[in-house]
Design a protein around this ligand. Structure first.
Ligand code: APR
Length: 226
């Protein structure tokens, strides 16, 4: 049985990293058009770097929680393939020992907007940082912004087409294309399950739902599968 899992900010919430929407969410404090779009970066790159430098610092101090560890265990012990696609830009799945597809990029990587070279992000990035390969001063966080195409989409489409079980964990279902993955997986015949603190925008599309904090629901769900 092939399992495909989509994770969102709710998986890292109990590690102390905030979610985006809802009470106290990142997008209630920052204007996303200023700090998470290519246009915002073109207007004020230093402001965008400041935003991601702060997020990188937070993420570096965070530790994986029981949900990250349970998913890593599932990937290690399950007899079939377990693909984890994450919208999260932190590296907590990896810190717990899992392999993931980072469809929205990673805070700990930098990319040159001119030549596409990527490299490990330093703790602090600045608009004047030159690319180590082509020397252009167009260094940006390797993050997929609003209006940009997420990474690895054809690889993800293949996984959704061949999934027997699809789970979405800790994601509000407000951002596409990820919010549409449940429909693609169901069309391919996969059983679908949502694990979230509360109903998401797309809850009605799932065959099964588990409500509760990820640190409780995910270990319970993984125990059931193994
Ligand atoms: N356990 C499980 N779910 C939780 C928990 C928790 N402890 N805490 C919060 N949640 C749920 C919320 O109820 C919400 O449905 O996680 C979801 C988080 O939603 P968002 O903040 O919208 O985060 P996400 O869905 O990952 O956002 C998608 O939007 O801003 C962009 O690129 C960014 O990757 C991000 C994308």
């Amino acid at each position: 049985m092939k399992i495909v899992i989509l994770t969102g900010a709710g998986v890292s919430a109990e590690s102390g990293l905030g979610t985006f929407r809802g009470k106290g969410g990142v997008w209630t404090k920052y204007d996303l058009t200023e700090v998470a779009t290519p246009e915002g970066f073109a207007r004020d790159p230093e402001k965008v770097h400041d935003f991601y430098n702060a997020r990188r610092r937070n993420a570096a101090g965070a530790r994986p929680n029981a949900a990250h560890y349970a998913l890593a265990r599932l990937q290690e012990k399950h007899a079939g393939e377990v693909v984890i696609v994450t919208q999260n830009v932190d590296a907590l799945h990896e810190a717990a020992g899992a392999r993931t597809i980072h469809m929205h990029g990673r805070l700990d990587r930098a990319i040159c907007a001119s030549c596409g070279e990527t490299w490990p992000a330093p703790d602090m990035m600045f608009a004047t940082d030159p690319c180590p390969k082509c020397t252009a001063k167009t260094t940006r966080p390797d993050i997929v912004w609003f209006g940009e195409i997420p990474k690895a989409m054809s690889q993800i489409a293949h996984h959704l087409e061949t999934a027997d079980l699809f789970a979405a964990i800790g994601t509000s279902g407000q951002v596409y294309p990820a919010a549409g993955f449940v429909t693609e997986a169901a069309r391919s015949g996969a059983h679908t399950v949502e694990l979230n603190l509360e109903p998401s925008d797309v809850s009605g599309l799932f065959a099964e739902r588990m409500e509760g904090p990820a640190t409780e629901s995910v270990p319970a769900w993984v125990a059931r599968l193994l």
